[in-house]
Design a binder for this molecule. Structure first.
Ligand SMILES: Cc1ncc(COP(=O)(O)O)c(C=O)c1O
Length: 398
């Protein structure tokens, strides 16, 4: 009998969420109302910053940060290529030039030792991405930024609730963006937020999201070119309701990740996600690194045939057709990024993934990997820490 396909991700929506949205629908106030303001107060309190500006996506949040910080045409911004394309698009919308920086093969985050060689007189900022929910190397990055007078944007879209040295992400850099797309730690359907301790940045972002209106201005008075990036009241109500359960969500995700890692760490042809000391990871995705000799895409196909969906994360942005065309970037520019892009695979992941489902996913991965094992396959790492795959753990194949 064909077994049911496990969902790649799923949001957790309960009766309280449904009631919160329904109440807004009954209230007649569907936009520009008290729910968005309340959501902003609550999210700022959760993260520990002075200001939060709710918008309708993480992409909009990043775009408004770039614009509110005054970055524009010709300004160079250092950014990883191992990220979702929206990080780079937010820069391109304003005519900034993305300057790609390679990553650390363990955390997959921007490698601070690669930053200084990329600086030019036109460098104005660094966009940091906390990939898959693992905090970036914030001490090193902020100290380099201070030394060279650079602005710092935190693309924390995948990392709500993550902590670096006991401080929540969102407190680092000039401003941070979070996303509430349904595969994130909590969801608003679509939605995002800008957080910052800078009043001017917050006030500019508020104006920009609302067609360039000033907070005190009249409805048809526009101070500047703006956008409609407002968050609807239904989404804000869902956000308030979901935020009440964020600690539970994060704990459940931590539990699922721990179960996966416990199974996978017995195997020497795959590396579970690395968590550095001094950080609290907030699990957005569960991404493993396969041995270099394994064909990741064939493994993904074999797993799909067994009812286990996967995703190859990330496809480097510097190799996307429109970026190659605009900036002449090519294979070989970022060796670690490109190597990780060939070896990393996201397994099904959500709050309520059961132990049986985790075992099924690990078994499918093991079966698919074993079909192509050769003694040459090595754990994917350009460092000398590679391990051979001589003996795959047979317990994975149950
Ligand atoms: C790293 C990163 N940046 C930006 C975004 C964009 O967020 P949204 O999809 O809410 O626009 C995402 C969303 O997947 C992301 O993962």
């Amino acid at each position: 009998m064909q077994r049911k396909t496990i969902a790649m991700s799923a949001q957790e929506v309960d009766e309280a969420d449904i009631q919160a949205v329904t109440e807004v629908l009954r209230s007649g106030r569907l936009a520009l109302g008290p729910k968005a303001e309340e959501f902003e107060r609550r999210i700022a309190g959760y993260i520990g910053v002075k200001y939060a500006v709710a918008v309708n996506s993480g992409t909009a949040a990043l775009h408004l940060i770039v614009k509110a910080l005054g970055l524009g045409s010709g300004d160079e911004v250092l950014v990883p290529s191992f990220t979702f394309v929206a990080s780079i698009n937010a820069l391109l919308y304003e005519g900034c030039r993305p300057v790609f920086v390679d990553i650390d093969p363990e955390t997959k985050n921007l490698n601070p030792t690669q930053i200084e060689s990329k600086l030019t007189p036109r460098t104005r900022a660094i966009m940091v991405v906390d990939v898959f929910g693992h905090p970036a190397e914030w001490d090193e990055i902020t100290s380099i930024a201070r030394r060279y007078g650079l602005r710092v944007i935190d693309d924390s879209c995948e990392a709500l609730g993550a902590e670096y040295k006991s401080r929540k992400l969102g407190q680092f850099g000039d401003a941070a963006a979070f996303s509430f797309y349904p595969n994130k730690q909590m969801t608003l359907g679509e939605g995002g937020v800008i957080v910052t301790n800078n009043e001017e940045t917050a006030s500019m972002a508020r104006s920009l999201r609302n067609q360039g209106r000033d907070e005190m201005g009249s409805w048809l008075h526009h101070e500047r070119l703006g956008y409609n990036y407002r968050l609807p009241e239904m989404s804000a109500a869902l956000g308030i309701s979901q935020l009440r359960r964020i600690d539970k969500f994060l704990a459940k995700r931590e539990h699922v990740a721990a179960l996966y890692s416990r199974r996978l760490q017995q195997m020497d042809w795959v590396r579970p996600p690395v968590i550095r000391s001094g950080v609290r990871m907030s699990w957005c995705l569960y991404v493993v690194t396969l041995a270099e000799g394994l064909d990741r895409d064939r493994i993904m196909q074999a797993m799909a045939a067994l009812g286990i969906p996967t995703r190859g994360y990330f496809s480097p942005v510097h190799l996307q057709p429109y970026i190659r065309k605009a900036f002449g970037s090519k294979e070989g520019d970022l060796p670690v990024t490109e190597s990780m892009a060939r070896c990393c695979v996201a397994l099904p992941f959500r709050n309520n993934l059961t132990e049986a489902q985790i075992n099924r996913a690990v078994s499918a991965l093991t079966l698919a990997a074993r079909q192509q094992m050769t003694p040459k396959a090595r754990v994917c790492s350009p460092n000398a820490t590679s391990k051979t795959i001589a003996s795959a753990d047979p317990s994975g194949g149950s």
